[in-house]
Structures are given as structure tokens and as C-alpha cells.
Design a protein around this ligand. Sequence first.
Ligand code: NI
Length: 400
Amino acid sequence: MLNLEELMELHNAELIEFRRDLHENPELSFKEFNTSNKIKEKLQTLGIEIIDIGMETGVVGLLRGAKDGPTIALRGDIDALPIQELNDVPYKSKVDGVMHACGHDIHTTSVIGAAIILSNIKNELDGNVLFVFQPAEEINKGAKLMVEKGLFECVNADLIFGLHNNPEIPWGKIAIKKGGLMAAVDTIRIKVKGKGGHGAIPNATRDPIIAASAMLMNLQTIVSRNVSPLDSAVISVGTFHSGTANNVIPELVEITGTVRSFHPDVRELLPKRINEVLKYTAEAYMVDVELEYIFDLPAVFNDEELTKIAYEAAEEIVGLEGIVEPTPSMGGEDFSIFTEKVPGFFFWLGVGNKEKDMSYVWHNPKFDGDDRAIIYASTVMSNMVIKGIKYVGEKGGTIK
Ligand code: NI
């Protein structure tokens, strides 16, 4: 059985060094060239086979166990954000305007840690481990591209496990929850077309600004009046552009927004109601409206059986007191693209440390996490692989 203290002694320093190097040298989505090379090098020193699925960035590695059997995938995302780091730490980003402000350096290193641990015990594994280092999570495109490139046709995975750090949870704690953990993410683009004219003669125009303002107010009633109070949803408008001069009524308003939900029924209801509210408000204000509704990501959803396996895997490593049940986030994660193909489980790793001022939220320029948490994630994920191989093996090889 894996022993956390022992593994910490052996690998903690190496993992922290690896993470801090990534933190100092962050790379934006689909530009993770050096990051990918560092990952490849590390995997190769561990004797892990690199599988080329035709991606420019991102890395896929396969560790074969002693016997052929189920294949369990571990996923870590690797990209950084266009944010100027404001932390004053020795491992501060050296790249102007780019920062690991979502802690994907921690995820990458957590999976590297699992690769180290599992390659050391590969003779005891009755199955294989697929390491998926995914690019471009921040723009919701990396997982989609990996699946399109045939990731799971190259290697057929039976289960996939993934993680995200959480600075609101103390470092080293493992946050496990059955059901929805991160929301479905959809995008709306709205065009409101009126008839422009002089600001002093509004009666000769069809003012799209007034119409669009009414639309935005009416959209807010969908969550409060159409979605059950026991379900969750968000409709937020992030951009509203129109006009060129103070005394001109313009022709056009362009709006974009984000729509979040958990339950599939709610996700189905929202576009229908948004469309109706826009259409009838447009009619009332005598303007035209166009809605583009883009389904970006499904929710990250943990099923009951895999949650049980993950819970057992974590409990063996950190004990009951090391596990917390988190409140879900309306933030999204493209891990859900993988779980459309392969059953999966997603957890949060506590990385918060108030004494070190590490409790800033994701995407804050002062975001940081306590990297002593990494070995916890690596060990727990390794144990999830061990339990996963056993579980799939007992089920007869494949579960879909
Ligand atoms: Ni993230």
C-alpha cells in the first residue's frame, strides 16, 4: 500500500522544484511548447512511452503494467493565463503578462508525481496508466482537440481521473463530492437591430439600446422565475456594445454573455426561455433580434460508484480527517469533454494557506497555492489508478 509519509520523503523536493520551474515559465493556451518538452523529458526518464496523437502541444504517455488489463487515465491541464503576476515569491513568473493564475502548474506536477510513483510500482499493476497532459483548458479547446485527434482511439481508456486545485480549501485536504461539481458552460451572442436616427427625434427611430436594456432585465427573470429555486443557474452579460455619439440613436447593439447550469433539464430550458424572452421583447420594442447559443461544456458530474472508489482511494492515503465535502462551483472545466467518452471522476485538491497569504481565488493576479499539497494529489491519484484497475477488472474489463 502507498505510504504518504514515505513518498513525501522521497519525492516532495523534486515535485516542488518541477512545479516552481513551470510557475516561473508559464505558457499560454496552445503555446505550451517548453512545458510539453519538460513533461516529455520527465516521462521518458521514467520509461513511459510517449504516444503521438498529432498535437502541437500537450503530452500523452502510456505506462504498461506487469499484466495487460484495464487502462486508467489521469489528466492534468498545463496552460497559463494572460495575467501579470503580483506575487512576490522567488518563483514568480518570469514572463511579462503571463501567469499560472489557475494553478495548472500544480495539476501538471501532481500528475507527474503520479507518473513517478506508478512507474516505480509498475510490476505490481495489472493494467496500464494513460497520462493525459492537456493544453488549452483556459479557452475550453484543449480537451475537445485531444478527443478530435483520437486520444481514446489511440489508447482505449476505461476510466479517467482529474483534479483542480482549490485555494479556499486548506492545503493537503482532498475535496470529494458526488454529483455536480463544476457547472455546464454555454455562451450567448445577441444582436439587436433597430433603426438609427437623431437622438432628439426618437419617435422616428427604433431604438436598439432601449430594447436591449429591456432584454437584459427580462433575461434576469429566467433564473428567478423559470428555474426551480432548488436548481442552480446563472445568466451573466459580460459585454454590451453600441453607439458612436451622444446624440445619435444607433442601428445595432451587440451583447455577449455566459450561461451556467448543472442539471441537464435546466441546461435544456435556458436556451428555450432566452430565445422566447428575446423574441417577444424585440416584438414589443419593434426591433429585430438574433441569438447565437453555443453549448461549450457539459457539467463536471461525479457518478456514485466512482465517487465511492475515489473516496476509498483518498481515505487510505489521507484518512477521514483529510477529506472534505466541497460546495460546487459555477465555474466550468473541460474535463467534462473527456467524460463524454470515458467514465470519469474529478476532485479538488486543497492548496490554501492563510498564513502564507495563499487564499486568492482562481485567476486573481495574487493567486498561489501551497505546493506541499502536490504529493498528496500524486499519491491519491496513484491510489485511484490502483483501485480503478481493480474495479474495472472485477467488472469484466469494460464499463461504459
Ligand atoms: Ni483552471
